[in-house]
Design a protein around this ligand. Sequence first.
Ligand SMILES: O=C(O)CCC(=O)C(=O)O
Ligand SMILES: [Fe+2]
Length: 199
Amino acid sequence: MAPRGDIGFMPAVSSREAVVSLPDFLSAEECDRLIAYGETAGMAPGRLTGGVMVSGIRSASTLWLDDDTLPWLGDRLIEGLALLNRRWFDFALMGFDEGFQLLRYDGTAEGGDFYDWHIDIGRQGLNASRKLSLVLQLSDPADYEGGCLEVNADGTPAAQVRARGTLTAFPSYVLHRVTPVTAGRRYSLAAWAHGPAFR
Ligand SMILES: O=C(O)CCC(=O)C(=O)O
Ligand SMILES: [Fe+2]
């Protein structure tokens, strides 16, 4: 087909992976340090609707962290972000414009905390400029059941790696969820890289 307009002359872009994981991004000791920080500072339990969520509901305890409280974490995440973005996503990014969110999902047999299907991009404030979502698995998979991070980039939910210390990244417009934790307790950390609107 003859090219129509400039778009026909765009150079081929490198294939963009929907989800990329870096194993052992944090050590077990670093994961423990984050969990201990959260428990000392106090995590606020609660359910949430609206906001960035498309249709879902979240039930989890949360704590916002920032660069000032944990400078080492910001440094590590910037390193991870740069590596992932250079190698895989190639998005125009400015950096982390909001805090990092520590999450705790408490398990119960009836189905405990969860985060239903959602995307991380919203209409308001900093949610609108989220481009790349990062999730850190902070808990030992032996410490909980359920609580699976699933990403649905192509119509089929894909279960993500649970291994402790893994950093998982996906575009913030991709649907994902955390299935209910049915036993134990799962901790994770979510961070979002921001930049100019996709175009
Ligand atoms: O806890 C997770 O693995 C994911 C958290 C999440 O999707 C979010 O905070 O937007
Ligand atoms: Fe999310």
